[in-house]
Design a protein around this ligand. Structure first.
Ligand SMILES: NC(=O)C1=CN([C@@H]2O[C@H](COP(=O)(O)OP(=O)(O)OC[C@H]3O[C@@H](n4cnc5c(N)ncnc54)[C@H](O)[C@@H]3O)[C@@H](O)[C@H]2O)C=CC1
Ligand SMILES: O=C(O)C(=O)COP(=O)(O)O
Length: 372
């Protein structure tokens, strides 16, 4: 159906690969109703003239809150106590159950989620360290460390909040577990590809880690309900058998508040791109905007021209537009793709057809839309 749609919607499970996108001939825009955009081949989408929008922060508070809940749940072994009581066992213990006050939280990836988590953790009396590839201003009394190793050596809890990129794939494996403090905890609410699960299982079995919380998996089932082990990964049953490990079904951003805010944010971006061509906030595309579009005035037309980023294109396009008054114009490029927006006036309905045909016939065009 993608071939017939001007826009398509995805959450993190909908894989829009090169193979899928190359059949989507009429596709104009993709909305990812989530933060992560690794499920879409962003570069190929841009090469096809398809802009991709996401919701960069609407569910970040939900993830930060869930992480705080997990830190306390792990520290008090509440998951295990709850499972025991569900199975009719009363097991009142305090051994190796801790307050989180005064403990150190190491945050890997200090972006929207990591930085909110930092503020919440400090409110609980935790000390916060963070590691990020960028220099980022610390909130509260958190401290940025310059190596991942330093963070791992010093933290009682380590929480991952990085995006899936070639650099973060399997960034957490045997050497990173070895560098962690004995009896520490790992939380992964980022992406399933970031942690080497067999290495995590070993660290838990050896007692190196006192617990872990995992929300994301290398493969995830496409729908709710019973799943076969190989739909998550081949080690699911091992994970299920371990003590003090919280397993959640990728629900970090799944709250009513987050879903409603995401719907509004991405929906607004999609409609302003479709109706006005505005690409501000696109994750794969040049960001172009022009002030007020008044199509009722002076036979106005907005020209949206996406093209390969090579010399000479603007000259050709402006030559075609030059029979009309160019009220305003803006152009930007990102990598191999460039995007020109121009508001022209004095365009008759006959002109529109010929303008479209001429622009469509230009050499380096990727896509053309005229709004009138
Ligand atoms: N479990 C869930 O339901 C959810 C999971 N997520 C995941 O969380 C990720 C992070 O979300 P945000 O904080 O909003 O993203 P963000 O883009 O605001 O922050 C990510 C931070 O990670 C840093 N980073 C990138 N590569 C790194 C590396 N190799 N080492 C250290 N730091 C690195 C970046 O510089 C940035 O500061 C998303 O990309 C998504 O995959 C997001 C929302 C919900
Ligand atoms: O926002 C994200 O990146 C998430 O992982 C949450 O995705 P979802 O809305 O649950 O498909």
């Amino acid at each position: 159906m993608l071939t017939k749609l001007p826009s398509t919607f995805s959450r993190n499970k909908t894989k829009l690969t090169r193979n899928v996108l190359k059949h989507a001939k009429n596709l104009v825009v993709i909305g990812c109703f989530c933060i992560g955009t690794n499920q879409v081949d962003l570069e190929f989408a841009a090469d096809q003239g398809v802009a991709v929008f996401n919701s960069p922060f609407s569910n970040s508070r939900s993830v930060a809150e869930m992480t705080i809940a997990e830190i306390i749940t792990l520290s008090r072994q509440m998951g295990d106590r709850s499972i025991e009581l569900h199975n009719g066992i009363w097991n009142k213990v305090s051994a190796r159950c801790w307050e989180i006050r005064g403990k150190t939280l190491g945050i890997i990836g200090y972006g929207h989620i990591g930085s909110q988590l930092s503020v919440l953790a400090e409110a609980f009396g935790m000390n916060v360290l963070y590691y990020d590839i960028l220099m980022i201003m610390a909130l509260g009394t958190a401290k940025q460390v310059s190596t991942l190793e330093e963070l791992l050596n010093k933290s009682d809890f380590v929480s991952l909040h990085v995006p899936e990129t070639p650099e973060t794939k399997m960034m957490f494996g045997t050497p990173q577990f070895a560098a962690m403090k004995d009896g520490s905890y790992l939380i992964n609410n980022s992406r399933g590809s970031v942690v080497d699960i067999p290495a995590l299982i070993d660290a838990l079995k050896l007692g190196k880690l006192a617990g872990a919380a995992i929300d994301v998996y290398p493969q995830e089932p496409a729908k709710n309900g019973p799943f076969f082990n190989n739909q998550l990964n081949t080690w699911t049953s091992e994970l299920q058998s371990l003590k003090n490990i919280i397993l959640t079904p990728h629900i970090g951003g799944s709250t009513e508040e987050a879903q409603s805010a995401i719907g509004i944010e991405v929906g607004t971006a999609l409609t302003s791109y479709i109706n006005e061509g505005i690409s501000t906030g696109a994750v794969n595309f040049p960001e172009v905007s022009l002030r007020g579009l008044d199509l009722d005035q002076d036979n106005a037309v907005r020209v949206l021209y996406i093209h390969q980023n090579v010399p000479g294109v603007l000259k050709t396009v402006n030559n075609i537009l030059s029979d009309h008054n160019i009220e305003k114009q803006f152009s930007d490029s990102r990598g191999d793709v460039a995007y020109l927006m121009a508001d022209i006036s004095g365009v008759t309905s006959e002109d529109i057809k010929s303008l479209y045909e001429e622009l469509n016939a230009t050499q380096y065009k990727i896509a053309v839309r005229l709004l009138y």
